[in-house]
Design a protein around this ligand. Structure first.
Ligand code: SF4
Ligand code: SF4
Length: 128
């Protein structure tokens, strides 16, 4: 399973790239409240969010940048920059054993977010 395409609108994150792409090597999708199973998208978060606050924060997040992806794909055509997704939100219909997500695409929302809790996996769908 190759994992979903990540579309992200959180333009205040250091990993965010124009075109709603994410340059992180991997993103972690978590329950917003530890120990509490998510029931709706607002109960999830992208833990890999890193607030864009000047140059220092950019340097601080550099260890999780998909530099190879950047090198392969300088912002045009062909292969897209895309992180792998590790998700622990078992209460979602797309969740699969091994912390995988079987959705073709996920949307991470939370435009203008200041912290992880402001972000959500919009594609979350509660198990029936
Ligand atoms: S909020 Fe998450 S998905 Fe969006 S750019 Fe940041 S790390 Fe990537
Ligand atoms: S769609 Fe569901 S399984 Fe996939 S990342 Fe979002 S919450 Fe996790």
């Amino acid at each position: 399973m190759s994992g979903p395409v990540v579309r992200c609108e959180v333009d205040t994150c250091t990993h965010w790239l124009p075109g709603n792409a994410c340059a992180a090597a991997n993103i972690d999708i978590l329950h917003e409240e530890e120990g509490k199973m998510a029931q709706q998208p607002e109960h999830t978060e992208c833990k890999t969010f890193y607030a864009r606050r000047g140059v220092a924060s950019f340097l601080g997040s550099m260890d999780n940048v998909d530099w190879m992806g950047m090198a392969r794909e300088p912002f045009m055509g062909g292969k897209q920059i895309n992180p792998t997704v590790t998700c622990v939100v078992e209460s979602c219909v797309h969740w699969r054993e091994g912390d995988l997500c079987d959705a073709d695409e996920i949307k991470v929302s939370g435009q203008g977010a200041d912290e992880c809790q402001d972000t959500n996996c919009e594609t979350f769908e509660a198990k029936g």
